[in-house]
Ligand binder design. Sequence first.
Ligand code: GAL
Length: 664
Amino acid sequence: MAHPNNDIIPTLDGLAYGGDYNPEQWDRAVWDEDVRLMREAGVNIVSVNIFAWAGVNPGPGVWDFERLDAVMDLLAANGIKADLATSTASPPPWFSQAHPETLPVNAEGVRLAYGARAEYCPHAPAFQDAVVEMASRLAERYAAHPALAMWHVGNEYYRSCFCDLAADAFRAWLQERHGGLDGLNDAWGTTFWSQTFTDWSQVLPPRLCAETPSPGLVLDWQRFGSDALLKLFRSEADAIAERSPDKPITTNLMVTGNFSHLDYHRWGEHVTGPNRLVATDHYLIPEHDDDIEAPAQVAFGADASRGLAGGSPWLLMEQSANSSAWRKGYFAKRPGDQIRHSLSYVARGSEGVMFFQWRASRYGAERYHSAMLPHGGTEAKSWREVKEFGARLGRIAEVKGSTVVARAAVLLDFESAWAANTPGQPSAHMTTYPELRRWHAALWRKGVTTDLVNPAWDLSGYEYVLAPHLYVLESDANLRAYVEGGGTLVVGPYSGIVDRNDHVHPGLPGALRDLIGVRIEEFAPLAEGEAIGLDDGSEGRTWSEAAQPIDAEVVASFTEYPSTGALFRRELGRGEVWYTATRPADLEAFLTKVGVEPDFPGAAPNLELVRRRHEDGRSYLFAINHGTEPAEVPAEGDDLLTGRPWAAKGILDPGETAVIRERS
Ligand code: GAL
């Protein structure tokens, strides 16, 4: 569960602006230039010590804080705050050599060599102890440091390990989840292919085997992996909280969809509430996103982060100023994109904008990764835009603590996403994140601001709830309550199919059948590029189902199966539920058909409009014109970016942005 918190970095004046700062890569003389340029760009916080374990703890029992002291003091002297990291995401070679069992083993059983970062087994006691000692020592030393604004534990938790220590920990976790071996055998359906366990020692991680592994095993392994990393995060966070109780603690998550290793909802309560905050990294990856335009990708990442925070403000911890080192050939941001994207994150609830990284590295694996201060220095476009955006952010500081107004929610269930990716699925193309991204992008194009939320949460505040792909579902109770209470629920195909153990519900779609009033006879996945026609003139792609109404109106049917419904509607209580038995080819038209209205009817296409509001009613309309035509912005007040009054129907030029403090 998410806990509310509208003041996520209390000691920071204004919105956060900065990035990962790695002074250990530079001579001392460069540091002075760094802080001078940081001030010039409006940087007020940097993440330090992210990968600097080897500096602070250069050998067994050896501790050296001289450099970190100097960095923290320099920041404090220049009025720049520190997001102080624990450096535990990257053990140095001496540590791995001294504790070889802490090096990760992959699914093929190969123990990996040290030589890069994140080279650890989350289940190795020596590593677990080391990270707690590191966090404790740092917290003791820096809790009262004037530069300290917040704590940053680890970095992008994702590592898994298939070693014997992992196998032991997995068995213990399974015993807690399933009780005895009978429970485990039932949950994984081990009678299939005669894989019944008769002793716990037979249970293994999903190491490479000859054929398709058990989906139940794969799913539990993911749950276990997420829980193990959460335990690791909590061990450090607890050690810090004990010694530095008044400063927020976070880690840079990837709820934006770049990594899907964690069940973020299980992490939620540990990264929300007093002295906790949701911080996420977001890198745009075009091949993950079909034809989704960059601003809609930005919105997805932001809306997922805000969703995890339960609507509270959150923080964009990393984005790239331009291209990413790991994405060869991709992609120079177009002039102005960095500014527009950055403002969109803030519009969507981020309490600032941070980058990886401050200054481009001269060496190392990421020497060609873009940075706020690129190799080209202060002459480069990225720098000019960094400086320009820093100035803009300074002018809108009063939005800090306000929250985003969203009328619609998209349901995101991380377990469902894992389960839909387990082996042996009927289609390789009905997977959760891409499906959610498509629907979300259609909502973005329609001008609907959307929270991406947990299906188990209270949904009653939303006008529309969309469930593009809710593959795992145990019960329809929460969705039913929402609909009966007056909501409009729109459900996508291949939803409600399995239970938490990935067992197919009898009578498809088991968990949703009564609610949607539709039964599915069979799945009919489509080939790539194949389309299926509907008698309302629309088309479906990728997936279809032979579906029949039980207690629902058939709004459209497939032309190839005249007796079979394709789009259904059912009124229930004070609300209604829609079900589509295919993926609509034109999702925007589909949304119109089911009655979803834009937040600002009549607004120009590619004009992004999002409202943030303070509890006392002060409200701000963020307007970002991603299009090529001037666009009318429906607000009256003052544009904080230019200081000029904004008359009703004021025009925003192409590529421009405005943040209008609205006259109530
Ligand atoms: C992030 C990571 C950073 C840096 C960045 C490059 O995922 O946290 O340390 O590697 O990617 O894009």
